[in-house]
Design a binder for this molecule. Structure first.
Ligand SMILES: NC(=O)c1ccc[n+]([C@@H]2O[C@H](COP(=O)([O-])OP(=O)(O)OC[C@H]3O[C@@H](n4cnc5c(N)ncnc54)[C@H](OP(=O)(O)O)[C@@H]3O)[C@@H](O)[C@H]2O)c1
Length: 349
């Protein structure tokens, strides 16, 4: 049977890499959903839809009978953890309630989650976090989304999986959570001002153990979990497979940009980078870069959050390995590859 993927949140740092991987696999038809849409090709069609609008979802998705797999990776940002719940649950239910009843050959719904499931955003949490760990006090949108999927699946032929990456690294633009771009733009501006690359996080955050998830690796794992029976109705931590500390990696990243380091200095990137838009435009002009807006390139609050984790931040990735997913990525090399990609795309100097 022809496999047809509905990739929800198609322009995201996670979903855009998933689409790239599905195209590489060659045997998928792909429909991408988001508000912005995208450029269609033979195997890829974008539908522009506001997932927060239930009626619009019902109207625009009514023809999607051929969907066999739904890959959900949309995200609506909000200032508080509590406020994230309503819009993010609504987007998932609106799309699934529209497509699931009409997609007669639906086989799987994949839900993109994260370590918020383990309370990682709240403070020091148990590490390595395991899929089987106990829950924590709501509100937490990832849990509500999983509860909804689990109850919706009961008595149906399709299965679900929940994918839990650490901080995701990719080069998509216009996203509220993109650490690679945070570092790349921060380093480029530091260089422009003749400054060393200072780690801006909390003192303890420089020394803790962390891990990342490459968006390309994540895409492979997501498709693996969605298409292997032994993964049905389960959650999986998906990580690069190595750990690092900023105190070792930060000077190397500085070296990549041709910068020295100096002792960390705790500061809010959101605050200190707020007045650098004009400077960024000058950098773009002088280096012949593409004119992406400063807002499109920078997610400073996310950078502040990640650099503020003065506690260990990693999960146990062995469950996916036990069940057959054996890919890994070298995190240091991953950063260089992604910075290279940003340079080739003329996003950074
Ligand atoms: N990024 C990370 O480091 C990371 C780490 C761990 C877990 N996660 C989780 O992974 C999930 C996806 O995150 P992400 O970082 O990939 O998100 P993202 O880059 O912000 O992408 C979100 C996608 O959702 C679409 N979208 C937002 N509102 C929409 C609406 N009303 N209607 C239709 N489409 C809408 C956006 O496209 P348009 O703007 O075109 O609508 C975009 O394609 C989230 O649950 C997040 O918590 C992310």
């Amino acid at each position: 049977m022809q496999k047809t993927a509905l990739v929800v949140g198609a322009n995201g740092v996670i979903a855009s890499n998933l689409i790239r991987h599905l195209l590489d696999l060659g045997d998928w038809k792909i429909i991408g959903l988001s508000r912005r849409g995208g450029t269609n090709s033979e195997k890829l069609k974008y539908h522009s839809v506001d997932l927060l609008n239930r009626e619009e979802c019902q109207e625009k998705l009514i023809g999607l009978k051929e969907i066999t797999h739904i890959f959900y990776a949309a995200f609506q940002d909000r200032p508080t953890w509590a406020e994230l719940v309503q819009p993010n649950l609504a987007m998932l239910t609106n799309v699934v309630d529209a497509v699931e009843p009409i997609a007669e050959n639906l086989q799987h719904i994949s839900l993109m989650q994260g370590y918020k499931v383990y309370g990682a955003h709240l403070g020091p949490f148990k590490t390595p976090a395991k899929e089987s760990d106990g829950g924590h006090m709501p509100p937490e949108f990832n849990i509500d989304q999983q509860d909804y999927l689990e109850s919706k699946q009961k008595g149906k032929n399709w299965t679900w999986s929940a994918i839990r990456p650490s901080v995701v690294a990719g080069t998509a633009l216009g996203n509220p959570m993109n650490l690679v771009l945070v570092i790349a733009v921060y380093a480029s501006i530091s260089k422009e001002l003749g400054l060393p690359l200072r780690f801006p996080g909390k003192p303890g955050a420089y020394d803790t153990l962390l891990e990342m998830t490459d968006a390309g690796l994540l895409a492979k794992a997501t498709v693996w979990a969605a298409t292997n029976e032994q993964c049905a109705n389960q959650a999986f931590n998906i990580t690069n497979g190595d750990l690092f500390r900023w105190n070792e990696l930060w000077p190397k990243i500085a070296g990549y940009f041709g910068l020295e380091t100096a002792p960390p200095l705790t500061m809010s990137l959101q605050t200190v980078m707020a007045d650098k838009e004009d400077l960024w435009k000058q950098i773009q002009e002088r280096h012949g870069l593409n004119r992406h807006s400063y807002q499109e390139l920078t997610s400073w609050p996310f950078g502040d959050a990640v650099f503020g984790w003065d506690y260990d931040f990693f999960g146990d990735g062995t469950k996916a390995r036990r069940l057959g997913f054996h890919e890994f990525v070298d995190t240091e090399q991953m950063f260089y590859n992604l910075f290279d990609e940003l340079r080739v795309k003329k996003v950074i100097p």
